[in-house]
Design a protein around this ligand. Sequence first.
Ligand code: ATP
Length: 316
Amino acid sequence: MTDTASPALTVSGLVYHHGSIPAVQGLDFTVARGEFFGLLGPNGAGKTTTLALLCGLLQPQGGQIRLDGQPATPRTPAQKRKLGLVPQDFAFYPVLSARDNLVFFARLHGLEGRKLRQRIGFALEIAQLGHRASQPAGEFSGGMKRRLNIAIALLHEPELLILDEPTVGVDAQSRHAILQTLTQLNQAGLTLLYSTHHLEEAHRLCHRVAIMDHGRILALDTPHNLVRRYASGLIEIDLAMPPDPTLLEQLSHRFGVVAVEQHPTRLRLETPQPEAVLPELLQALTTPGASLHRLQWQEPSLETVFLKLTGHQTRD
Ligand code: ATP
């Protein structure tokens, strides 16, 4: 039975180590019924491990997961039915057609007869694959494969859909189609938890996002509140020669500018008020000899929040 007063998902003190690697180190968050919740983090932050724990593919080594207020370890068949997983990797048979894949997975969920046909019709429609249903899935474009991955996860009518980077490696059109589908599903009542590297996408879609790194949540709020609380603008400059060191001192003193990256002729500056800094900076850098090659700036955004909280260092 569904307890409609409880959050769809409650995670408390969740811990998981891959051998000696602490992938998840005490996560706490809830996802409300009907919420579109985003999990953001750089490579290796622990997102996939978290999603695997939530789906029951890994067993927590500490902490608790609750679905609709009920403990979910071990998981009851009813709890398994509540969840749908769209994994990062394609999880279907490339030699089978889209329809045959859907039939196979629908039968695994125990669907038969009219119900099976109805759910397959819905899945093909939602994935916009009706016209290619008889083609082997291995021949599909990246976007069609992603859409089939989502369609399979929807067959058994889950209440909570968990997606691991559902738009990775697809073109703008397919991405748009996938995001539109997810929005429609959410508006129809489906709760969504998804991990992504697309910060602008998360800002647009998610009611709330959690930013995680090193297995911990660093911030959790609506995108609007996160930007208001943490974001700075970014200014990037390429020069012909290193800038006068007193310039940075002045900017730091007057506008709180921080140089987050500094190679001899390339500067990346962070500032809460780029529009106030730019005129002064332009004036200083367009004097004879300074030779400004390029200047680019970015207003405060979820991306600048993300970089501020997780750093600028690459993780490969
Ligand atoms: P990405 O965005 O690159 O997919 P992620 O945020 O999903 O990264 P995880 O895949 O959960 O991060 O990895 C978290 C940490 O656990 C990383 O240090 C990773 O190397 C490690 N890890 C993940 N899976 C395994 C595994 N099967 N065995 C050993 N270490 C693992």
